[in-house]
Design a protein around this ligand. Sequence first.
Ligand SMILES: NC(=O)c1ccc[n+]([C@@H]2O[C@H](COP(=O)([O-])OP(=O)(O)OC[C@H]3O[C@@H](n4cnc5c(N)ncnc54)[C@H](OP(=O)(O)O)[C@@H]3O)[C@@H](O)[C@H]2O)c1
Length: 290
Amino acid sequence: MSKTTLSPIISGTMNWGVWDKNLTTKEMENMIQLCIENKITTFDHADIYGDYTTEADFGKAFHNSKISREKIQLITKCGIQLVTENRNNKIKHYEYSKDYIIWSAEESLKKLKTDYVDVFLLHRPSPLMQADEIAEAVEKLKSEGKIIDFGLSNFTNSQTELIRQKTEVSFNQVQFSATHYEPMIDGSLDYMQTHGIRPLSWNPLGTVFREDTKKTRRLKKLLADLVQKYSFGSDTLLLAWILKHPAGIIPIAGTVNIARIQSLIKAVELKLDKEDWFAIWTESMGDDVA
Ligand SMILES: NC(=O)c1ccc[n+]([C@@H]2O[C@H](COP(=O)([O-])OP(=O)(O)OC[C@H]3O[C@@H](n4cnc5c(N)ncnc54)[C@H](OP(=O)(O)O)[C@@H]3O)[C@@H](O)[C@H]2O)c1
């Protein structure tokens, strides 16, 4: 069981920096403030965001904001080796040696201008990862108070089991949405519930606003009716769909749109009727359940 209490919706920072929105320090500061005012106190990072630059941009903004550290929770990840001028890698790969994990966590602390991260995740599974080494690194970081909880991201059940035999796994951050619901049918969410692992879902809106396909057209048509019925936006309905699952999934929202951030938390109070929940899944599948 995790020691950390995260907000019911998390803000993802992947697009805050040079990878996409290129927010200034002041804009990031305002974004952090806005999220907190709207009950989103947890921020999801990874060392690689912005080619290893977004953590530092956020850290500077957070430092300037003078918000006390206890008011927010920080998640970050390590392991992906990008080919970028900021690293000396020849090919994209993963690195999970003990020394590297410890070094990466400490780098994240410096960049985020904090003494600890609340949740530290391995970003993607590597066929070469050694569970013993990973566990040693995690235990050291925990004993030094540099990380509070440990978890994984994009790990299958067997990969999780490999690590969980050696050290406590409290979270697994996976892709999950009304259009990407495999974790719900391949046993991943059941496995996480069984072992007290909290699922976090990235890309919680799926392809609904990203792609124009038969699936997204069917979903948008249904969502337009549900928007009338519930008086909430389509994005809020899609988050509520995730929140209704008994595994206790926490969605990580990627928006930096002010109006959207102000309405994200409404998903927590929106109680979707069971038949509407199944209708969303049905339109996504393009078929009735069996
Ligand atoms: N662990 C991993 O491997 C992994 C992988 C990917 C992402 N992540 C994490 O997950 C976070 C969220 O991922 P995501 O960005 O894919 O999440 P998302 O919340 O599903 O998508 C966000 C995107 O949808 C747009 N959007 C939101 N509401 C909309 C609406 N009503 N109409 C039209 N467009 C809308 C946003 O644009 P606006 O900004 O304009 O609102 C933004 O471009 C990331 O920031 C990162 O922290 C983790």
